[in-house]
Design a protein around this ligand. Structure first.
Ligand code: FES
Length: 571
């Protein structure tokens, strides 16, 4: 007895509509039995040569297909918009929600019963999961996997993290431009995502901790043959998941998001996980808030990977990967029970995990850093919150009061940061406006603005920087991000002037602009938003509808889901 499936509304009909759906698919050489009621598995692929981090996904799609056929399913691969973090202007984040819309509408419109999401580069994982969660068919993630460790002059170098370091070294006169250029080829030696614990590996790690991928998915290098085997196993498993009717809403529960936050702290994950997890939670109706990220604030940094530590993802994989991290969290009572794509509990991912390198994955008793989670800051400068990653910051700046130097835009910052007469000291606080979701638009990774050249040549490596932007997951420094509301939305950040004093206290979670309420009100009365950069198309829709960072920067009309079957036919 064949179970009636969602796909039967396309391929199981013995009428004109069924003829049309089957016949045109058969032009690819699929036999009759592909349409016999077996589960149709969509393979949602973000492969693109313009997204180099995802350039291995064509091969992995073939692995998934092998597994789907083996388990008695019918695999069909389809493309969705791909977001190349290092290639898109003004920022790939502007298009995360467009990818999510593409994924959601593709899944809804086609006759599929379950989905394998092939993503990797930063925005592709959250964008795909947001879209899939809004349709809520059985879903599993297979990630690109990290590149092999970067190598240059006999040393390991890490994606992003060493770009920022080398770039500052050139500006300080400590590295030649020729050496800088030569390092390019050694940094990216294979297919795959950034091999630091940047946003891509962070998202793959938290997705594994949520139980939305098979175990070991996060750290296996892109070119390791075991990743192809994992893709094959995922193909097999998604067919079973369709029969067991295990959907994202069964897995992406409140407890799963808490596990993601706890795991993000333990791996020293990217600040970008905040906006992505908030947006994903909004799709499945989990009431996650910025303050929930404080849950990770007492978790020690276990994974010694750049940017917070010294190793790279390849080392993390060989040390045992996420199953080891989950086992350490479980041992100390920091892993919530939740269902996974395997149908069991997340604790099963940790069972039997062995650590093969105690320096790469350290212990609760002797961690890389004692408290690694993100901290939420609030105050009259960020009434709806801002975040800081203390593990990537300088300890002496975590409690600080200083004078603001304000850049009104990214162009202002770029034009003036290296001025010899820039009136700043190591105690100054750099403020950048106009880089939030509406302002830039798209909330780019520019929050870790460079240290002014006149300071860097004096040996100053860090200072407090505040903005409504994000920063790369591979970046480091005492950087306060995601100030909400943003300047362009009329947040108090818009009202800061050079010379104002600002107080930051990471221990008490305070971010205060030290001016009187009367002065604040007077400045607000004369404030005007900037003219919008986009007046048509998707970018205009984005600016008109994007939520602030504390709500995940999703579009207001995309929050939630719609699981109804579309019944109207096209002909
Ligand atoms: Fe694609 Fe880092 S730029 S993963």
């Amino acid at each position: 007895m064949i179970k009636k499936r969602r796909s039967s509304a396309w391929y199981g009909k013995h009428d004109k509509d069924g003829f049309i759906h089957r016949s045109w698919m058969k032009n690819q050489g699929f036999p009759d039995h592909a349409f016999d009621g077996r589960p149709v598995i969509g393979i949602c692929n973000t492969w693109s040569e313009l997204t180099p981090c995802n350039s291995g996904l064509r091969d992995l799609a073939e692995g998934v297909k092998r597994g789907v056929w083996e388990a008695g399913g019918f695999p069909v691969e389809f493309p969705v918009m791909s977001l190349g973090e290092t290639q898109m202007k003004p920022t790939a984040m502007l298009f995360r929600n467009l990818l999510a819309m593409d994924v959601e509408e593709s899944i809804r419109a086609y006759g599929i019963d379950g989905v394998v999401l092939l993503g990797g580069c930063d925005k592709t994982t959250p964008g795909q999961l947001m879209g899939a969660a809004s349709v809520d068919l059985p879903t599993i993630v297979v990630s690109s996997g990290p590149m092999l460790n970067g190598k240059w002059k006999g040393k390991d170098i890490g994606s992003g993290t060493d770009v920022w370091k080398f770039s500052e070294a050139v500006r300080a006169g400590e590295m030649t431009l020729q050496d800088f250029m030569n390092a390019e080829s050694g940094m990216s030696r294979s297919k795959g995502v950034c091999m630091t614990m940047g946003t891509a590996s962070t998202m793959a790690s938290v997705v594994e901790a949520m139980g939305m991928s098979l175990p070991t998915n996060a750290a296996l290098p892109a070119v390791d043959s075991r990743r192809m085997a994992l893709a094959h196993l995922t193909g097999k498993r998604i067919v079973e998941m369709v029969d067991e009717d295990i959907k994202p809403s069964d897995i992406m529960t409140r407890e799963a998001f808490e596990n993601a936050i706890l795991a993000n702290a333990a791996v020293g994950g990217s600040t970008n996980a905040v906006v992505h997890l908030l947006a994903m939670a909004g799709r499945v109706g989990v009431d996650l808030a910025l303050d929930d990220f404080e849950l990770g604030s007492e978790i020690p940094l276990l994974v010694n990977c750049m940017p917070s530590g010294k190793y790279l993802m390849e080392d993390f994989c060989y040390a045992g990967g996420m199953p080891v991290v989950l086992s350490k969290l479980a041992k100390h009572g920091h892993l919530r029970s939740t269902k996974t794509v395997l149908g069991g509990d997340i604790h099963a991912y940790a069972d039997g995990a062995e650590c093969y390198n105690d320096d790469v994955i350290q212990s609760f008793d002797s961690p890389v850093k004692p408290a690694a989670g993100l901290r939420v800051l609030r105050g009259n400068l960020a009434p709806r919150g801002a975040i800081i990653k203390p593990s990537a910051a300088s300890d002496h700046l975590l409690e600080h009061e200083g004078e603001a130097y304000v850049f009104d835009s990214i162009e202002d910052m770029k034009a003036n940061i290296d001025r010899d007469d820039l009136p700043v000291t190591a105690d100054s606080i750099l403020v950048l406006k106009g880089c939030g979701p509406k302002g830039y638009p798209g909330m780019p990774e520019v929050g870790n603005m460079p240290i002014p050249r006149r300071l860097i040549t004096q040996g100053i490596k860090d200072m407090i920087r505040i903005s409504d932007a994000r920063m790369s997951g591979t970046a480091f420094g005492t950087v306060i991000l995601h100030v909400s509301p943003e300047a362009q939305a009329g947040g108090p950040l818009a009202l800061v002037k050079t010379g104002d004093r600002i107080r930051v206290s990471t221990s008490t979670g305070a971010l205060e602009l030290l001016i009187s309420d009367t002065e604040m009100d007077a400045r607000r009365a004369s404030w005007q938003p900037d003219e919008p950069h986009y007046t048509r198309g998707y970018a205009k829709m984005y600016v008109d509808h994007v939520l602030q960072a504390d709500k995940g920067a999703d579009l207001d009309f995309l929050v939630g889901k719609d699981t109804r079957l579309v019944t109207r036919e096209s002909h």
